[in-house]
Structures are given as structure tokens and as C-alpha cells.
Design a protein around this ligand. Structure first.
Ligand code: IVH
Length: 760
């Protein structure tokens, strides 16, 4: 093998031959990997060949070939796509399921905008395409990049692939200088079938040659995603993808005054827009169009999963703005849930960061509404036994056993659930399922407290799956971000019996260990006096920590970065957050009870082929919990925070009510100095100021005024005190205006306020 020969020993002729051999080898490997999804050589062999090729090219630059493998862009296995951060984030949509949710949507908007019930409010309704969203940025009329949604903030650069899609123009005429067109990439049913047929034919050949077959796509959405995210654009070119334009991001000039106008403009620019987009004058017309689209669904030739409603007036859209991840001016009305029968192959137990044992159904894969489902949540042991949290029957009291035929229910993005069990197919001798009484991860007793539906591992920090997950999250970049302390070091410290870093608080006691233990750290490979000192300094520096970072770092279920920021912004002080979580607890439990009741009703309705009495059932379950006014007020305050939904609020109260978790939080908090959140927009003239609105506002509603003010970093309070900086007084302002005058608080009218925040 010439590979063995040192590059500097090669003659020029040997080098030329070797470069030719490597170009052929790597070219073949690329095709096998990217185009046929059937790698012929290992990643390690591939990398070694690529390195050797580069080394020879460096020694003999004059021999570099025109088709040099080092010039092949973006096609190296595992290299992935570049990242693009979206100038305007790509958000998702809130969901509606029932007709009532549509009227609620209209009511909410009218209330927010203070429109009254009779003022005209137009919407557009259009199909919700089941594909993947893509943002196309054009500058000076030329496509500069195409990016996937990613996490909404940062997506993948798939420009070369997007250029292969016929519906995507490369050049625009008479467009704004900067325009980002957004829409959905999808694959038609016919193209999807044809693609799978081609793959099956290829597989027959591959199998005959004893090679690994290619994956047959489960549905058009997966096929579209798999094709767009191909590292080799020539593969994407062979996959017939399409694109519907329905939205936009960054713009240097507005497209129109209305959503419909903007869509027409996009069509005039050469984009494909959806024909079923319709202007509607209210909920009734929206629902009528929804039904119409629902009946056409089977014959459209592409997958849709609902209908999207958007406020037509773009001025109103701007006023309505966004919650943390969804616009207030749009909603997705989803098609009803789908059901399918399959076999329950087993029940797995997952142990989460909080120690909760969650049973998960392992199913024989089945397609439910176009998506392959192989797992479903089983909630807890009562649910498996066929009872709800109050002991009432669910699924007519039928329990779930391994080996059973179960009916799987799926609605929109909701995690699949088991809706029913076919007792006639139950195997003889099938036994009732019993949740393990010991943690499958650490063998500690797993106990269930009186009144609690969940069984928890009592191992706490000795349970590796809880402890390590918590620690890893705690030191992550978006959480504490301690320099020199990443996931790798955490694992090492966790396993080291001398250092024994088992909890976040332990990190802050690391420097207090006795010398002998620290010697053990210093004796480790790669750790020297200096690096240990640096690590201690880095840890010390994080004793002053931002409220939101700390809260996010605790890894409480559902509390992501944005949620943590919203909570920090609202409460300002840690003790206030604690108090709110404690006070709201009974109301949180009532909400959970109502949610379970709602689920049960939804499933019953889907099975009975009727529309559910969701609201009534929910309200009744909640009322049965008989929550105090104080708890309800705390819960309303918590869930009233923009961006904080009930499940986030519930998790928060869960964490503070869990004894072990709470003790750890308190211990950690005791070691830190928590910094109050910074105002969101420090350069705004109202940042950090306390503002009170009183009297009648004429150009906006209170809600809107409050959201705007808070977005600019102000604190909005309901009463005037010496802490008030600005009173915005509309007509009819009474005692508050007087008090403000007495206290010497700056008082302005609504126009004065709008002038102050103008352009922000
Ligand atoms: S509007 C600010 N319109 O649905 C929100 N989205 O669940 C902009 N989608 O991420 C989205 N069809 O990928 C909009 N006609 C449509 C859509 C649509 C499909 C997708 C989109 C979005 C997801 C949200």
C-alpha cells in the first residue's frame, strides 16, 4: 500500500498517481454515502484518505487536480450544514382544535385591540401545509441564502439545495432591496410514491449485491425533510420538492397593507402561493372555509394538517405582535385527531431529571395520520390501570398490558396516547402491569406519595440518570456557563469519589475540599496548578449570577431559556418567584386535574365521532378542586405572564413543591448572589422605569400598552407610589393622578407616552 509511504518520500510521479487514486476513492465514497445512503468505507477511512490527499497537495501544490477532493464543498460525510441566524426569528403557531377556539381567537384579538364586537375584522384562511419551513433571503433581487427554521433563531444553510427547487426563483424583479420570503417545502403525494418506488427498486438491486438497503420514507413530510437536508445538492435535484410562499421575514420596504395584498405581491414576484387562501370576515366564515378545505383534503395531492387563520390588516398584525414563540395575530386550526390500532410490545421506564418514573409504551410502529408512531406516553400507573387521578374510570376502566392491541390517538403535535384496548385480542395469561418499585437506573426504592400520581426514584443524587443530567444542564453554555467546566469535566468530577460533585451546589464547594482531595484533582491528566486555579476562579466568578440563567440552569421541566427570562423579568427577585410558586400550587393541581379530564373527553369524542364538550368538562373538573381565591390569583398572575403557559407554570410549582428538589434549590441559592434581570432594552428611555397607566386610553388597550411598555424594559404597576416614575393619564383619571401630583411623579397623557416611545 502506498498509503504507508511517508509523503515527503514520494516521487513526483508517485504523488500524481496517488492523488488520482485518492480522487477516485473519495469520489466513489461520496456517491455511495450521499447519493445511495450506503457507505462503502468507514468514516475513519474516509477521513484518513482526505487527510492524506491534503498532505500530498501541500507537498506538491503543482499536482493538485482540477477535481481535487479537497475542493468538494459541503459533501464530506458528517460535515453538516453551515448555520444561519435569522434576522427575524421563525416562529411557530398557536393551535385551535374546536370551533369555540376560533371564536375565542377572534374575541381575544378584539379585546386586545379594543375593537368591540361589531367593528369589522378581516382574516385570511389558508391550508397549513405539512412540510418544513424555509426562509429565502434575496438582496438586490438575488437569492443570497436559504435557511431552514432550525430552533427558530438559527437554521441550517441549505442554499445549494433550495436552488434545485423549481418553485424557488433565483432572481426577483422589482422586489424590495432586501426581502426574506418564507414558506413551506413539501413533496406531493404522487412524487412521494414515485420516489419510494425508485428507492424500493434500488433496494432490490442493493440487496442482491448484499449491500445495505436505503430507507423507504414513511410520509411525504419526512421525504421532503430528508431531501432538503441532503448534503449533496445533486441528490436534492433528483427529488421533486415544491415550495408554497406564505410569509416573510426581514424586509427593506413593506410588501402591502394587508396579508392578502402581500401574498398577491409574492405571487407577482414569481412565487407559488396557495389557491385556497381566502379572505373571511369573521369566525363563521373561517370555520366554513375550514370545513370546505377539510372536504377537499383527500384530493389536494399534498399533505395538510389544518387551516391557518391570520389577521388581514398588517397594521393590526404589528399592534398585536408576538408572544414568546407564537404570533397573537394567527392561529392554526388543526384537523381532528387520528386513531390507529397496533400492538404494545413493551413498557419502558424513563427516569427524568426530577426522578419521576415515566412509563412509555413501546409500540409496533404504525402510521397514524401520516406519521409513524412507535412510542406513546402512558403518564403514570393509574393511567395504565384505567383510572384517572380521582379514581374514576378511563377507557371504561380497561387496563393496559404488555402484548395488548391498543388504539393510538394522535392530534397535531400532541404526544401520541393510548386511547383504547381491544380486550378480545388479549393473550391468555397476560398480566396486569406493575410499575417497578425500584428505579431501573439506580435500584433505589421508587415511591409514590399519598395524593401524588407519579412514582419518584428516591435515589435523588445517587441516581445517575437524574444527577448527571441535571449537572450537565446546569453548566451548559446557556445556563451557568463556567469556563473550563463542560459536560466532559462534569462527568469526570461526578465519578471521582474524592471530589464527588453530585449536585449544582457541590460545584460551589469544590474549592473548599481538603488538600488531599484537591491533590487527586491535580494529579489527573491534564490538570495543573494553574488550570485548577483558573477553574476555581471561573466558578467563583459565577457566584454572581443572573436570575434567568440560574432559573434556566435548574433544569425544571418546560422552563427553557425564554420562559426563564420571562419569569425573571416578571418577578425580579428570587423570593417573589418562590412565594408565587408556593401560593399557586393548589390552583396548579386543579389545572392538572382539568387537563386530564379534557384529555379523556377528547379521546371519548374522537372515538364516538362527535365534537367534544371540552370546555364544560374542563371547567367542571377544575371547579371540583375548590381552590382558594389567593391560590387562584397567584396562578392567574403566573399564567398571565406573557409567554408562560399553564404547563410551564405547573412544572414550576412541581419543582418548588418537591421536597428533595426544593432543598437542593435552597442550598444552591444560599451560596449565590442572584442578580436582578436587566431591562430588556436598556437604551430605551423607559427602561427600568416604573410606569402606571390610568384613565381611558384611546389609541391602545391597557393590555397592549402594558406589553409594549414591558418590552421596552419598563415595569408596569397598577398603583401609584413613591417608586412610580411615570404616570400615563388618559381622560377620567382620578385619584391616581392626584396622588401622582402630590408625590411629584411625572404625569403625561397617552400622546406624550406614544411620543416618548416613538420609533422603538
Ligand atoms: S404562518 C409567524 N402559514 O406551520 C408564523 N405557517 O406550526 C408564521 N405552516 O413553522 C407561520 N403552513 O412551518 C404559516 N400557511 C401557513 C403554514 C405554516 C404550514 C407551518 C410553518 C410553521 C408551522 C407552525
Amino acid at each position: 500500500m502506498t498509503d504507508a509511504q511517508t509523503v515527503s518520500d514520494l516521487t513526483k510521479e508517485q504523488a500524481r498517481l496517488e492523488l488520482a487514486r485518492l480522487a477516485a476513492l473519495l469520489g466513489r465514497a461520496n456517491t455511495a454515502y450521499h447519493r445511495e445512503d450506503a457507505p462503502e468505507i468507514s468514516d475513519a477511512e474516509y477521513d484518513a484518505a482526505k487527510r492524506r490527499n491534503a498532505e500530498i497537495e501541500m507537498h506538491f501544490p503543482e499536482l493538485k487536480r482540477d477535481d481535487s477532493p479537497s475542493e468538494v464543498v459541503g459533501a464530506a460525510p458528517g460535515e453538516g450544514f453551515g448555520k444561519i441566524s435569522h434576522v427575524v426569528p421563525m416562529l411557530s403557531l398557536g393551535n385551535a382544535f374546536e370551533d369555540d377556539d376560533v371564536t375565542d381567537f377572534d374575541d381575544r384579538i378584539r379585546k386586545y385591540l379594543n375593537l368591540g364586537a361589531r367593528r369589522e375584522l378581516q382574516f385570511i384562511a389558508e391550508p397549513k401545509i405539512d412540510g418544513l419551513s424555509l426562509s429565502l433571503r434575496y438582496e438586490g433581487g438575488h437569492l443570497v441564502y436559504a435557511a431552514t427554521r432550525g430552533d427558530g433563531e438559527t437554521g441550517e444553510n441549505v442554499t445549494e439545495n433550495a436552488k434545485t427547487i423549481a418553485d424557488i426563483p433565483r432572481v426577483l424583479e422589482a422586489a424590495p432591496d432586501v426581502i426574506e420570503v418564507r414558506g413551506e417545502v413539501y413533496m406531493s403525494h404522487a412524487d412521494f410514491e414515485a420516489l419510494n418506488t425508485r428507492i424500493r427498486e434500488k433496494n432490490a438491486k442493493l440487496e442482491a449485491d448484499g449491500k445495505k438497503p436505503l430507507t423507504v420514507f414513511a410520509n411525504p413530510r419526512n421525504a421532503a425533510a430528508g431531501s432538503l437536508r441532503q448534503l449533496d445538492p445533486t441528490v436534492t435535484r433528483e427529488r421533486p420538492l415544491r415550495f408554497f410562499a406564505y410569509a416573510w421575514g426581514d424586509l427593506s420596504a413593506p410588501l402591502a397593507k394587508t396579508q392578502m395584498g402581500a401574498i398577491e405581491r409574492l405571487a407577482a414576484l414569481g412565487f407559488v402561493t396557495n389557491d385556497l387562501t381566502k379572505l373571511c370576515d369573521g369566525p363563521e366564515a373561517l370555520i366554513a372555509h375550514y370545513r370546505d378545505i377539510e372536504t377537499q383534503r383527500v384530493s389536494l395531492g399534498y399533505d395538510i394538517d389544518g387551516v391557518v387563520y391570520k389577521v388581514d390588516d398588517l397594521g393590526l398584525q404589528a399592534r398585536l405582535g408576538f408572544r414568546s414563540t407564537t404570533p397573537r395575530w394567527a392561529v392554526a386550526h388543526k384537523f381532528p385527531a387520528e386513531l390507529a390500532w397496533t400492538r404494545l410490545e413493551g413498557i419502558d421506564i424513563q427516569v427524568g431529571r426530577t426522578g419521576a418514573l415515566s412509563p412509555v409504551a413501546r409500540l409496533q410502529p404504525v402510521t397514524v395520520g401520516g406519521v409513524v408512531v412507535s412510542n406513546a406516553t402512558l403518564h403514570n400507573e393509574d393511567y395504565i390501570a384505567g383510572r384517572d387521578s380521582k379514581g374514576a374510570d378511563i377507557r371504561d376502566g380497561k387496563d393496559i398490558r404488555v402484548g395488548d392491541w391498543v388504539q393510538v390517538y394522535r392530534a397535531g403535535d400532541v404526544i401520541p396516547k393510548v386511547a383504547d384496548v381491544d380486550l378480545s385480542k388479549r393473550a391468555e395469561g397476560a398480566e396486569r402491569y406493575v410499575l417497578p418499585e425500584r428505579c431501573p437506573e439506580c435500584d433505589s426504592p421508587a415511591v409514590r406519595e399519598e395524593g401524588d400520581a407519579v412514582r419518584y426514584c428516591t435515589g435523588g443524587l445517587i441516581c445517575p440518570s437524574q444527577a448527571i443530567e441535571k449537572l450537565r444542564h446546569f453548566v451548559a453554555r446557556k445556563a451557568l456557563d463556567i469556563e473550563g467546566l463542560g459536560a466532559k469535566q462534569i462527568e469526570m468530577f461526578f465519578d471521582d469519589p474524592d471530589l464527588s460533585i453530585k449536585t449544582p451546589a457541590d460545584i460551589f464547594t469544590l474549592a473548599n475540599r481538603d488538600a488531599a482531595n484537591l491533590t487527586s484533582l491535580k494529579n489527573r491528566k491534564g490538570w495543573k496548578d494553574k488550570s485548577v486555579a483558573n477553574l476555581f476562579a471561573a466558578i467563583e466568578a459565577k457566584r454572581d449570577i443572573g436570575f434567568a440563567r440560574l432559573l434556566f440552569g435548574l433544569g425544571i421541566r418546560h422552563i427553557g431559556e425564554t420562559g426563564a427570562k420571562d419569569l425573571a423579568q416578571h418577578f425580579g427577585e428570587w423570593s417573589k418567584l418562590e412565594r408565587a410558586a408556593e401560593t399557586a400550587r393548589p390552583a396548579a393541581l386543579a389545572w392538572r386535574a382539568a387537563d386530564l379530564a379534557e384529555d379523556a373527553e377528547r379521546i371519548a369524542a374522537a372515538k364516538g365521532g362527535r365534537r367534544g364538550r371540552i370546555k364544560e368538562v374542563r371547567d367542571a373538573a377544575e371547579a371540583a378542586c375548590n381552590v382558594s381565591v389567593v391560590a387562584k390569583a397567584a396562578w392567574d398572575d403566573l399564567t398571565g405572564i406573557d409567554g408562560i403557559g399553564a404547563s410551564v407554570a405547573l412544572s414550576l410549582t412541581d419543582a418548588f413543591a418537591n421536597e428533595n428538589e426544593r432543598a437542593e434549590i435552597d442550598r444552591l441559592v444560599g451560596m449565590l448572589r442572584i442578580e436582578a434581570p436587566e431591562a430588556m432594552l436598556t437604551e430605551s428611555p423607559v427602561a427600568g422605569k416604573t410606569v402606571v397607566f390610568t384613565g381611558k386610553l384611546e389609541k391602545m388597550t391597557r393590555d397592549e400598552a402594558k406589553v409594549r411598555a414591558e418590552a421596552l424594559g419598563a415595569k408596569v404597576s397598577g398603583s401609584v407610589s413613591s417608586k412610580t416614575d411615570i404616570l400615563v393619564a388618559g381622560p377620567g383619571a382620578g385619584s391616581k393622578a392626584k396622588k401622582a401630583a402630590d408625590l411629584g411623579v411625572t404625569t403625561i397623557d397617552e400622546d406624550g407616552w406614544l411620543e416618548l416611545i416613538e420609533g422603538l
